[in-house]
Every structure is written in structure tokens, then in C-alpha cells.
Design a protein around this ligand. Structure first.
Ligand code: SAM
Length: 246
């Protein structure tokens, strides 16, 4: 069973594409006239020129809005399309889930005629994010086991440029660090279930850290410690766009 058949049932409740991140992805895709979205999930950030979405989870496919691009149930490691099938291929917040990274990236290179755009995160930078650094070390340890080093991705792609993706304070896509300035959100089970790092570690292991966070929010300790953050509009939590030309 695809992992997102289990953890993705309420994905679109909290994971709505953010228009600022969307603009950065669109700029990275440039003038590509056809795009294949690999690990497409419910279709976030798919531009109008998307010709195909590839997604292994039926639960995620079921959440694609009516009228989205054609979708095929398959994995990155074996894309059911011809060589050079699209100008660009994008893979957003998905490479850390792949069973065989090398095979998946080789497939992206086989299929993209001109450009590959990957959204991922830099784990050493992400580890400094207050949620995992101060409260949920189990989540950081879990991500250590699956995060793909950005340098490794760039090498597998045969060279790439890397852009930071700042997270707006009101980011609408509820991924791991989306709520960096809204700490109460992490106490909401619906928010946690939309973040695979937290959903896969599970509430039992996270409970002591979450209880500490709740207490620190009640008595003002979190705000005292993070005054500098509360004044910021966006934050670099380690998310990166990796862009390769063919
Ligand atoms: C965090 S979601 C991201 C979905 C979408 N790209 C987005 O930005 O909202 C990760 C997605 O990767 C998919 N996935 C997991 N393993 C995969 C694989 N081997 N090949 C392709 N997609 C995979 C999951 O089913 C899930 O839909």
C-alpha cells in the first residue's frame, strides 16, 4: 500500500498551495510548454501546461480537483512515459518518500527535455527550526533517516542551481515549517496529520514535546524566546528549489 493511502486522507484540509511559493515554482519552470508532475499528490502547484500527473496513492489521486490534468497511478522509479515526454518535470516535496532515489532521478532525467524542478529541504538547516530543535527531536531524528542531501540531488541531476524558498508567515500549504510564526497550530491534530514527519512518528512519541510546547505557549515562554521571529514576515527553514537544465 502507498504510504499516503494511510497518512493522506485529510491532505487537502491543511495543504493548500501557497501563491508565493507557487510563483517561485512557476518562475523556475520558465517557459516550459509541457510539464509532468511526479509525486503529484492532490495536484498542488500544477501549472496549466501540465500534461500528466504521476502519483502512487489512490487516496491522493482521489483528492485532485475536478478538471485537473490527467493522472496515472505510478511511481517515480518507473515513469510510464516515453523518453523526452515533456519540456519540464517537477517533483515537489516528494523525493524523500521514494524507495529508490537514484532510479527516480534517472527517470526524471529520461523524461524531461529541458528542465527539472525539485522542491525539497536541507536537513541541517531544517534541524535548527524551533519546533524540532526545542520540542520534537524524534521528528528531527526521523527526518534524518529520509531527508535527501541537496548536494546529492544536484549531483544526481548532473548539476543544478539551488534557490532558498522562504516560508511566508501565513503560508497556506501546511508542511513541516509552515506554522513557524503560528506555534499553536502544531497542537492541532489535523495540522499534524498533514505533515508526514509528524504523522509518521505518531502522537504517542510526540506527546511529551507537544505538552511542553502547550505549556510554553500558556505561560509566554515560547514568545519570550522567539521575539525575533514574531516580527518577521518570512523565514528560511531550509526549503530549497533545485533546478536543473538538460
Ligand atoms: C508531501 S506529498 C506532496 C504532494 C504534492 N507534490 C504537493 O506538493 O502537495 C508527497 C507525495 O509523494 C508521493 N510519493 C510517495 N512515494 C512516491 C514514489 N515512489 N514516486 C512518486 N511519488 C511518490 C506520495 O504518495 C505523496 O502524494
Amino acid at each position: 500500500m502507498a504510504i499516503y493511502d494511510a497518512i493522506g486522507t485529510t491532505y487537502t484540509t491543511t495543504r493548500r498551495p501557497d501563491h508565493r511559493i507557487g510563483a517561485q515554482i512557476a518562475a523556475a519552470l520558465g517557459d516550459a510548454r509541457s510539464v509532468i508532475n511526479v509525486g503529484a499528490g492532490a495536484g498542488s502547484y500544477e501549472p496549466p501546461q501540465t500534461v500528466l500527473a504521476v502519483e502512487p496513492s489512490a487516496v491522493m489521486i482521489g483528492q485532485r480537483p475536478a478538471g485537473s490534468a490527467r493522472v496515472v497511478q505510478a511511481r517515480a522509479e518507473a515513469l510510464p512515459v516515453a523518453d523526452g515526454a515533456a519540456d519540464a518535470v517537477m517533483a515537489l516535496l516528494t523525493v524523500h518518500h521514494w524507495a529508490d532515489l537514484d532510479a527516480g532521478i534517472a527517470e526524471l532525467r529520461r523524461v524531461a527535455r529541458r528542465r527539472i524542478v525539485i522542491l525539497t529541504w536541507d536537513q541541517p538547516a531544517f534541524r535548527r527550526f524551533w519546533l524540532v530543535n526545542e520540542y520534537l527531536p524524534q521528528a528531527a531524528a526521523f527526518d534524518d533517516t529520509r531527508a535527501v542531501p541537496v548536494q546529492q540531488l544536484a549531483e544526481l541531476l548532473g548539476g543544478a542551481r539551488v534557490e532558498p524558498v522562504p516560508v511566508p508567515h501565513d503560508c497556506t500549504d501546511g508542511f513541516g515549517a509552515a506554522y513557524w510564526r503560528r506555534p499553536e497550530a502544531y497542537l492541532d491534530p489535523a495540522v499534524r496529520s498533514g505533515i508526514s514527519m509528524l504523522a509518521q512518528v505518531g502522537d504517542a512519541a510526540l506527546r511529551p514535546g507537544l505538552q511542553r510546547l502547550a505549556a510554553d505557549l500558556r505561560d509566554g515562554r515560547w514568545h519570550d524566546r522567539h521575539r525575533d521571529l514574531v516580527r518577521r514576515e518570512d523565514f528560511d527553514a531550509g526549503y530549497r528549489l533545485v533546478v536543473a537544465d538538460r
